[in-house]
Design a protein around this ligand. Structure first.
Ligand SMILES: NC(=O)C1=CN([C@@H]2O[C@H](COP(=O)(O)OP(=O)(O)OC[C@H]3O[C@@H](n4cnc5c(N)ncnc54)[C@H](OP(=O)(O)O)[C@@H]3O)[C@@H](O)[C@H]2O)C=CC1
Ligand SMILES: O=C(O)[C@@H]1CCC=N1
Length: 267
C-alpha cells in the first residue's frame, strides 16, 4: 500500500485525491492535512483521514510520499513543518517553486517537482516531473503510482522547462474552459438560447478532446478535416488565424505570460 500525506486539499489536491480513490488507491493509507472542513466532509466518508494541522498527524504514520499542494505563496511557511517525514519523498505540485527552494527548506531530502492538471479528477490529467539526485528508484516508483493513477506522466531532466510546462498543461485546462465559455457566449449572441449554446459548446469541446485522444491524426489534420473549402469553418478560421492578430499569436502571448509568472513565483 502506498502511504500518502497530502498537504493542502484545495482545487488541485482534491482533484488528485478524487482520482486516487476512483482508481482504487487504498484510502486507509492516505492522510490529508487541510484546515478547511470541506475535505473532511468529502473524503472522510470515503475512508481518508483528514486532519487540520501537521501536529494532528499520527506520530506512527510514515508516508512514502508527502504531496505538497498548498499555494506557492504559503509554501515557505508550510513546508518546514513536514521535515520529519524525510524518509519519504516530497512531491511538490506548486507552480514556480524549484527543487532548490525545497532543499533550502527541508534539507538534503528526496524531492520531486511536478506539474499536474485538474483533469486528474477524472483520470485524464497529465503530469510532468523532475527529480533531484536523492530520488531513488523506489521513491520515483511511489510518485509514479500516484501520478499515473490520475493520467499520463512524463519525467524530464531539465528543470528549466517546468515553467513552460506549467504554462501549457498546468494552466492549459483554463484555456480550454475559456474556449467553451466564449463559444457559448458567441452562440448566444448569434441568437441561440443560452442553455443550448452552452450545451453545444461543452459537447463540442468534449467530443473534440475525445477525437484528439483517440485519433492517429495530428490536431492540425483534424482541424483540416472539419474545414470544407469555401465553407463555414474556413470563414471562421480566417478570423481566428488572421495574420498578426490570430489565436496563435494570442496563445503565444498567454503562454509567455504564464511562463514569466512561474519564474516570478520561484523565490
Ligand atoms: N489549480 C490548478 O489547476 C493547479 C494548481 N497547481 C498547484 O497546486 C497548488 C494548490 O493550488 P490550488 O489547489 O489551486 O489552490 P487552493 O487554494 O485551492 O488549495 C490550497 C489548499 O491548501 C490549504 N492550505 C492552506 N494552508 C495550509 C496548511 N498550512 N496546511 C494544509 N493546507 C493548507 C488551503 O486552505 P484555505 O483555502 O483554507 O487557505 C487550500 O484548501 C499550488 O501550489 C498550485 O500552484 C498545480 C497544477 C494545477
Ligand atoms: O494558476 C496557477 O498558478 C496554477 C498552476 C497551474 C494551474 N494553476
Amino acid at each position: 500500500m502506498t502511504r500518502v500525506l497530502l498537504v493542502g486539499c484545495g482545487k488541485m489536491g482534491s482533484a488528485m485525491l478524487a482520482g486516487w480513490i476512483e482508481r482504487g488507491i487504498d484510502p486507509a493509507g492516505i492522510v490529508v492535512v487541510e484546515p478547511g472542513g470541506a475535505a473532511r466532509d468529502t473524503f472522510g466518508p470515503k475512508g481518508v483521514t483528514v486532519v487540520d494541522t501537521v501536529g494532528a498527524v499520527d506520530r506512527a504514520f510514515m508516508p512514502d510520499v508527502v504531496v505538497l499542494a498548498v499555494k506557492p505563496q504559503v509554501m515557505a511557511e508550510v513546508a518546514p513543518s513536514y521535515a520529519r517525514f524525510k524518509d519519504g519523498v516530497f512531491l511538490s505540485i506548486a507552480a514556480g517553486k524549484p527543487v532548490s527552494f525545497f532543499a533550502g527548506l527541508l534539507g538534503d531530502v528526496a524531492i520531486v517537482r511536478a506539474m499536474p492538471n485538474t483533469p486528474a479528477a477524472v483520470r485524464a490529467g497529465i503530469t510532468v516531473c523532475v527529480a533531484n539526485a536523492r530520488v531513488d528508484a523506489a521513491r520515483r516508483a511511489a510518485c509514479q503510482i500516484l501520478l499515473e493513477a490520475v493520467g499520463e506522466v512524463a519525467w524530464i531532466d531539465d528543470e528549466g522547462l517546468m515553467d513552460a510546462v506549467t504554462a501549457v498543461s498546468g494552466s492549459g485546462p483554463a484555456y480550454v474552459f475559456l474556449l467553451a465559455e466564449v463559444m457559448a457566449k458567441a452562440g448566444a449572441k448569434a441568437g441561440l438560447p443560452p442553455e443550448l449554446a452552452t450545451r453545444l459548446a461543452r459537447a463540442t469541446v468534449w467530443g473534440s478532446g475525445q477525437l484528439l485522444s483517440q485519433s492517429a491524426e495530428s490536431s492540425e489534420q483534424l482541424r483540416i478535416n472539419v474545414t470544407s473549402p469555401g465553407g463555414t469553418t474556413a470563414a471562421a478560421l480566417a478570423v481566428l488565424m488572421a495574420e498578426g492578430k490570430g489565436f496563435g499569436e494570442l496563445m503565444d502571448d498567454a503562454v509567455a505570460a504564464a511562463t514569466r509568472r512561474g519564474k516570478e513565483l520561484a523565490g
